[in-house]
Structures are given as structure tokens and as C-alpha cells.
Design a protein around this ligand. Structure first.
Ligand code: FPP
Length: 249
């Protein structure tokens, strides 16, 4: 870590830590291509970045960290890459679970848990159960996740409840609707980070990021370090958030 980035860490205001950070970890493929390696090696290097960033976020006492590990659209990739990614998650949970648990981190999954390979579901269930009572950082792994899918399933569930008169149409408001999403009970992301230079949301947390601060970097995910996380947080802390109102400054 360079002297510059450790200085940034010192500038972070502990009173204004984002309550929820969401990350679109992009650029694994490009990182591998640049090094004349197969794409899968980019994902493996991405796993190493993830390990570091999770620990750095937990150390900073970020209450919630959500990472986009696999989207509902990622099934379109070659079968070999899909299965590599699924196995990488199994490997990650297998190797890191003890340390995550020791750090009081609570693991949760966002997304549709159907259609996942059996070994993946088993490892996920194990990680969720083991860390269920932890009170430190909530670590959401979005897997087979798509925001439109999430919103549609909330609409369908609510429609069913309206039909059985468990819920009245007049009762539906933003708070109630949010409680039918996979992030139910969680504060919305204060900060959304996307790596690798793309400036798009790619069907991630569409409802929840209505007022999130967006932070984009050209750094490819496998090159992303704790220092980049600190930079993003420091930058977020300089912003004037108005939520549609007027500046309080
Ligand atoms: C985007 O890079 C990344 C993904 C689709 C998967 C994210 C996965 C990891 C960071 C690996 C570790 C994750 C876990 C949960 C163990 P890309 O392949 O779209 O990159 P490109 O746009 O450069 O091709």
C-alpha cells in the first residue's frame, strides 16, 4: 500500500461511515486478458480482492456490504465460466468462513437460490447458518440476483396478499414495498462502487439505490485494494447529499 492511500485512511471521518456499501465487481475478464490469461484466472484474482475488501470494510465498521457476485444475466456466459464462478464461491466460503465468523461477520445471500448447483447451495446454507447470530458487518453476496426479478417477485407476492385481503391496496407504500425485497429490513446503500470504467448499474439493486452516491473507478476489480475502498469512502464523505431537498451546509 502506498503512503498516499494510508494517508487517505486517516482522513476518513468515523462519524460519517456509509451505513451500506454496494459493489459491482467488474473487470475480471479484462484483467486476465491483459495478462494473456484465461478469464477464469481473472475471477480467481477477483476472489483475492474480495477477501481483502471484506476485511477492510469490516475493520472500518461498515454495517452492511453487498457485492454483486453473479447476476441473473450471467447464466448467458459459457457453461465452463459459470461453473468456475460457482465453484469459486464454494471455495471462498470454504476457506474464509472461519475467519469471517471470527470477525463477527454475518453472511447473507441476495437473489434467487433456485437453479444453483447443489454444492453451492449447501455451502451457502452452511455459511448463513454458522454466522446467523453474528452482530458485526452484514455481508450480502448477491448471487443469481437481478433487481427487476426481485421487484417482480415482490409485486407478485403483494398481489397475492391483496387478493387474500391480508394487505389492502391503500397500505402499500415505499416502506412496505421495501420489506418484500431481498434487502428487507436493511438500510439502502449510501454508496455504490463500480470498478473497471463502466458507468452503468446492470440491474443491481435498482429500487435500493434511488439516493445512493455513485463512485466509479477505472481500476479493474482484481487490482482493487483496501486503498481504493478508502478513497471511495473519503470521496463519499465530501459529498453534499440533499435527497431532493436543499443543502444543509
Ligand atoms: C465481472 O467481471 C465479475 C463477475 C461477473 C463475477 C464477480 C466474481 C468475482 C469477483 C469472483 C469472486 C467472487 C466470489 C463470490 C467468490 P467480468 O467477467 O464481467 O469482467 P469483464 O467485464 O472485464 O469481462
Amino acid at each position: 500500500m502506498s503512503k498516499g492511500t494510508s494517508n487517505i485512511k486517516k482522513l476518513i471521518n468515523p462519524e460519517k461511515i456509509p451505513r451500506h456499501i454496494a459493489i459491482i465487481m467488474d473487470g475480471n475478464g479484462r484483467w486476465a486478458k491483459k495478462k494473456f490469461m484465461p478469464r477464469t484466472m481473472g475471477h480467481r484474482a477477483g476472489m483475492t480482492s474480495l477477501k481483502k475488501v471484506v476485511m477492510a470494510a469490516s475493520e472500518l465498521k461498515i454495517p452492511i456490504l453487498t457485492v454483486f457476485a453473479f447476476s441473473t444475466e450471467n447464466w448467458k456466459r459459457p457453461e465452463e465460466e459459470v461453473s468456475y464462478l460457482m465453484n469459486l464461491l464454494v471455495e471462498y466460503l470454504n476457506k474464509e468462513l472461519e475467519e469471517l465468523h471470527q470477525n463477527n461477520i454475518k453472511i447473507q445471500m441476495l437473489g434467487n437460490n433456485q437453479n444453483l448447483p447443489n454444492n453451492c447451495s449447501l455451502e451457502i446454507d452452511k455459511a448463513i447458518a454458522k454466522t446467523a447470530n453474528n452482530k458485526g458487518m452484514v455481508f450480502n453476496i448477491a448471487l443469481n440476483y437481478g433487481a427487476r426479478d426481485e421487484i417482480l417477485s415482490a409485486v407478485k407476492t403483494l398481489y397475492g396478499k391483496i387478493q387474500t385481503k391480508e394487505i389492502m391496496l391503500e397500505d402499500i407504500n415505499e416502506k412496505l414495498f421495501s420489506s418484500y425485497l431481498s434487502t428487507s429490513g436493511m438500510v439502502d446503500p449510501d454508496l455504490l462502487i463500480r470498478t473497471a470504467g463502466e458507468k452503468r448499474i446492470s440491474n443491481f439493486l435498482l429500487w435500493q439505490i434511488a439516493y445512493s452516491e455513485l463512485w466509479f473507478t477505472k481500476v479493474l476489480w482484481p487490482d482493487f485494494t483496501e486503498g481504493d475502498l478508502w478513497k471511495a469512502i473519503y470521496d463519499y464523505q465530501q459529498r453534499d447529499r440533499r435527497f431532493g431537498g436543499l443543502s444543509l451546509k
